[in-house]
Design a protein around this ligand. Sequence first.
Ligand code: IPE
Ligand code: IPE
Ligand code: MG
Length: 254
Amino acid sequence: MNSNPPPPDLSGLDPAKLPIHIAIIMDGNGRWAKRRLLNRVKGHEKGADTVRTVVRTCRQIGIHFLTLYAFSTENWQRPKVEVSALMTLLKKYIVSEKNELHQQNIRINVLGEMESLPADVRTALNDIISLTRNNAAMTVNLALSYGGRAEIVKMVREIALEVQAGRLAPEAIDAGLVARHLYTGTMPDPDLLIRTSGEMRISNFLLWQIAYAEIFVTPTLWPDFDREEFLAILRQYQARERRFGKIPEASPPQ
Ligand code: IPE
Ligand code: IPE
Ligand code: MG
């Protein structure tokens, strides 16, 4: 993050109706590379540039939470060379962006099984997490070794242990308690979920939290996704009516 980008074109965007939390399934790096007869890793490298652009744009327009699906529990089943290239890239990104993210008052957080990541990646992550822990302008959640089902299993185990220890009555289990035992804890649920590269599926992402997220799937491959398209999606999001199961024009749940 060297040069400062011009302020984004916010025409047509209502600052009062911006999503508080945006979640993104960053898909299509492999296909981007394949189309150019390049190694898949080149697609991941180019994808890292898009991450930079989207993080900057979110910070500039005042998004509070951004959750990026970077590596799923299922992605461990990819060839070893691709997994290790992704881990190297991740570490490189964290190290190179650390200072600017901190200067921008951005907090970095990880959702997922951090203990299964390579030791050097974990060290780099712990470093940026502790450096940025009191930053308040925006939180960026990196979903790493993340799986929605694994997250739900973790939550059930934690709650079961509380019940077993006699500290929690089963009747006291409610949606709020369940949410607090997920990786997202007390963060608000995503209002907007974007998936690039056209697949019409969730791929084990935030299964509980996206209950009422507005979903946008774009055919654009993640390395080609840019600020203009991102802002266009935000404008479409603002044009949607969120009903939360109520009748039109009713207000969201309190
Ligand atoms: C998304 O791009 C990045 C990760 C899943 C790590 P892909 O690598 O899934 O790209 P495609 O879907 O094969 O094009
Ligand atoms: C979802 O993409 C995971 C990430 C973007 C990190 P995948 O490429 O792994 O998902 P599938 O295999 O198309 O469902
Ligand atoms: Mg994919």
